[in-house]
Write a protein that binds this ligand. Sequence first.
Ligand SMILES: CC(C)(COP(=O)(O)OP(=O)(O)OC[C@H]1O[C@@H](n2cnc3c(N)ncnc32)[C@H](O)[C@@H]1OP(=O)(O)O)[C@@H](O)C(=O)NCCC(=O)NCCS
Length: 178
Amino acid sequence: MEHPLRLQRLSEPWLPQIMSLDRRSMNSGWSEPSFLQELTRTSTTVLGVVSAEALWGFGICWQILEEAHLSILAIAPEHQGKSLGKWLLWGLLSAAATQRAEWTLLEVRASNQRALNLYHFFGFSVFGQRAKYYADPTEDALLLWRKGLNTDQFQADLYLWQKAIHTALGEQGFCIES
Ligand SMILES: CC(C)(COP(=O)(O)OP(=O)(O)OC[C@H]1O[C@@H](n2cnc3c(N)ncnc32)[C@H](O)[C@@H]1OP(=O)(O)O)[C@@H](O)C(=O)NCCC(=O)NCCS
């Protein structure tokens, strides 16, 4: 059986599902007003992976001039490991490039190997570390960045990544809605 799936920008009505998914997956500690603010800010992209009106994943990216800052990337625990995180990050990078970002930055727990593998796939590299940046449990953050979002090469990469991700999703029985 095919499961319909789409990437879409999220607005205010999605707030309850965003909060619930954040608690189950990322546990960012963001408050409801913080999420609400991001959903209404024009310089922020909030992108969701949606299946039949259920939120399976979401990501948040702030754009400040030529910099895109990825602040949240979360896939529901029961849907992790199915290429959805890759698709979501592809969507955020694609949106950042469209909005003329030149590079993108993020912080990640040093032990989060799954996320690190994902970021390396898209060409991110480590450029720094913040000691004891995270709480519960206390842990260092690695700072990652990816430059060249404004290049023709990046557009070509986006195209190839999209084809590969769509193939992987199709093989798992997902049907991508436009
Ligand atoms: C990190 C996260 C967004 C990745 O999304 P996902 O849908 O699980 O990942 P995908 O299935 O798209 O896999 C993408 C890549 O991650 C890596 N990966 C996936 N599952 C993995 C696992 N169990 N162990 C190690 N690496 C793994 C692989 O490199 C994979 O690429 P590949 O399929 O070409 O090998 C998701 O696991 C998540 O929401 N985790 C909790 C919240 C979090 O840590 N967010 C990131 C904070 S910076």
